[in-house]
Design a binder for this molecule. Structure first.
Ligand code: UDP
Ligand code: MG
Length: 321
């Protein structure tokens, strides 16, 4: 027998996942009913251009535990995760992908750990699935930086997690706009456990991440999570001061001993290197200034154009867009 009250809220960001919504909802329903878990599924349509929203509405019609939120445009996966967490009403919330790359069976294991008293249960990739060499290299570099910043090994972490209500409340009450869910769930603390899972192959549709988008994502997350790159600027400054002192002494000695100062090439090279370092440093500082600007503006992280199945909320906007 299913309990009436929703205990587990499953948040699913979905962007152009028309082919996956029904499958995912069905797989979750089967598993939740078989395991006697009282769950509700929150699909967040992140500005899809295909029929994702219609699919979500249809799924809500078939299973009364399906809820849907629709963004007015694409605001990104982070925004979709936070919108889902804000709407979720359960005692614990899970976040998983819409393409069934995160196995439902692992979700059940997470839930059992939560029942045992763990408050933050992280999905850890045991096998990263099929990825090309460039992707692997780039993500290795990104995770090295992030791991250093977050002081935890981030290389196998994912957005697949289950959080207790306490952790969810802590996360949604954060005032910052540039969030990095993957690292923030560790930052809130609480009793943590991990669940290993093998990344499944995506059956339908395509990954939303191009290499360029991933690079932007990496830079944004580094800037929003850590100030470590600023130390690079300081480091470059110190290094160049030492070089300047050495070169300065050499120049003075040459002047005093009346040795003609040669080396036009040296001058050009030094100027080019210093120019490059200054530009690079300005870029890093500019990145942080940009983030401050974004935070200070205090714009909404997302705009909701319509909902379905959410108790107490008016359904609207289904014919817009
Ligand atoms: N996603 C989203 N907004 C975006 C990009 C992706 O909500 O702008 C969702 C997508 O629908 C999926 C999840 O994030 O449920 C993971 O995306 P994807 O499968 O494309 O990434 P990958 O698994 O290849 O890392
Ligand atoms: Mg995927």
């Amino acid at each position: 027998m299913r309990e009436n009250r929703e205990i587990l809220s499953i948040v699913i960001p979905a962007c152009n996942e028309a082919g996956n919504v029904t499958r995912t909802a069905r797989a979750l329903r089967e598993a939740m009913e078989a395991e006697h878990i009282s769950a509700a599924v929150y699909f967040v349509d992140d500005g899809s251009a295909d029929g994702t929203w219609e699919e979500i509405r249809a799924a809500a019609g078939q299973w009364d535990r399906v809820r849907g939120l629709r963004f007015s445009r694409n605001f990104g996966k982070e925004a979709a995760i936070f919108a889902g967490l804000q709407a979720a009403a359960g005692d614990c919330c899970a976040v998983m992908d819409c393409d069934l790359q995160h196995p439902v069976e692992a979700l059940v294991r997470m839930y059992r750990l939560w029942e045992q008293g763990f408050e933050v249960i992280e999905g850890v990739k045991e096998d990263r699935g099929r990825e090309n060499v460039l992707y692997k290299g780039m993500s290795a570099l990104f995770y090295k930086l992030m791991s250093a910043a977050a002081k935890i090994d981030m290389s196998r972490t994912s957005d697949f997690k289950l959080l207790d209500r306490k952790a969810v409340d802590a996360l949604v009450s954060l005032p910052e706009r540039n969030t990095f869910f993957r690292a923030l769930s560790g930052w809130v603390g609480y009793r943590t456990a991990t669940v290993g899972f093998t990344v499944q192959e995506r059956q339908i549709g395509q990954t939303k991440w191009s290499t360029w988008k991933l690079m932007q994502y990496a830079v944004t997350n580094i800037l929003s999570f850590t100030t470590k790159p600023l130390y690079l600027v300081v480091g470059a400054g110190v290094l160049f001061m030492i070089l300047a002192i050495i070169q300065g002494i050499d120049s003075i000695v040459s002047y005093v001993t009346h040795r003609a100062v040669e080396g036009f090439t040296t001058v050009i090279l030094i100027e080019l290197i210093i120019g490059a370092i200054v530009m690079f440093s300005l870029g890093i500082i500019g990145g942080y200034v940009g983030k401050i600007y974004e935070e200070v503006k205090g714009r909404h992280r997302f705009i909701i154009a319509g909902t379905v199945g959410l108790p107490g909320r008016e359904e609207r906007g289904d014919d817009a867009l």
